[in-house]
Design a binder for this molecule. Structure first.
Ligand SMILES: CC(C)(COP(=O)(O)OP(=O)(O)OC[C@H]1O[C@@H](n2cnc3c(N)ncnc32)[C@H](O)[C@@H]1OP(=O)(O)O)[C@@H](O)C(=O)NCCC(=O)NCCS
Length: 195
């Protein structure tokens, strides 16, 4: 391979590995929801134990992820974004999404709010934050699946603007329950201005 081609390949490699890194960057924020202050930040590997515990708490079925799966998700910083919310150092909620650079779809894989913090707008806030991140990074849609029986989650997603686009038969391994497949198309700035 010629030296010029090698240089070009190095440059391409740099672009893929560095520019994508920054595209899912997320700065810590202090936020107020229902008069309560929370810290919103990107999840890091040391958060995994608490995330796993929280997931086990909210998913009554035995189908939650173990720590290894969360760890590998968090290490994939270029295409996965996990956000956590803390109150006084206690992890109270998190959301995770996988950003597919080819389809320009951000797939929400996980959203969980600690039971005594539910119904105060945290879930809605986290989903809307993920939509903002997707829009900021020029993604064109968000998608997710939810259990057919999870009416509460479906209602929340519909309020936010997700549309039911079909059923995935026997999607969940634990009890072969069907999943509702939902999608939200992201409007670009021009469409937002014109309604
Ligand atoms: C589904 C889940 C993430 C929703 O999170 P949440 O924080 O309870 O949801 P929100 O409070 O944002 O929204 C729930 C309700 O509160 C309302 N709400 C929104 N903002 C609010 C606010 N500031 N104050 C009070 N209520 C508010 C919403 O309109 C919604 O109303 P509804 O009861 O008529 O549906 C949460 O219940 C959960 O972790 N469930 C278990 C895991 C799960 O099912 N995850 C989804 C898998 S696909």
């Amino acid at each position: 391979m010629s030296r010029l081609l090698k240089k070009f390949n190095k440059l391409l490699d740099y672009c893929f590995n560095h520019f994508e890194d920054t595209s899912l960057a997320f700065d810590n924020k202090r936020i107020i929801i229902s008069n309560r202050e929370f810290l919103l930040c990107r999840a890091l590997v040391p958060d995994v134990a608490e995330m796993t515990q929280l997931q086990k708490l909210v998913y009554l079925e035995d189908n939650s992820w173990d720590e290894e799966i969360f760890e590998s998700e968090l290490r994939n910083e270029k295409s996965k974004l996990y956000l956590i919310m803390r109150q006084n150092d206690q992890l109270v909620a998190f959301i995770g999404a996988s950003f597919n650079q080819n389809t320009r779809d951000a797939h929400i894989s996980n959203v969980a709010v600690k039971p005594d913090f539910q119904d105060h707008g945290l879930g809605k806030f986290l989903i809307e934050t993920m939509i903002t991140c997707a829009r900021y990074n020029n993604y064109s849609s968000l998608s997710l699946e939810t259990r057919l029986s999870n009416i509460r989650a479906q209602k929340l997603y519909s309020i936010i603007g997700f549309k039911n686009i079909g059923i995935k038969k026997a999607y969940y391994q634990s009890n072969h329950e069907d999943a509702v497949n939902m999608k939200l198309l992201i409007k670009n700035e021009k469409e937002l201005v014109n309604g």
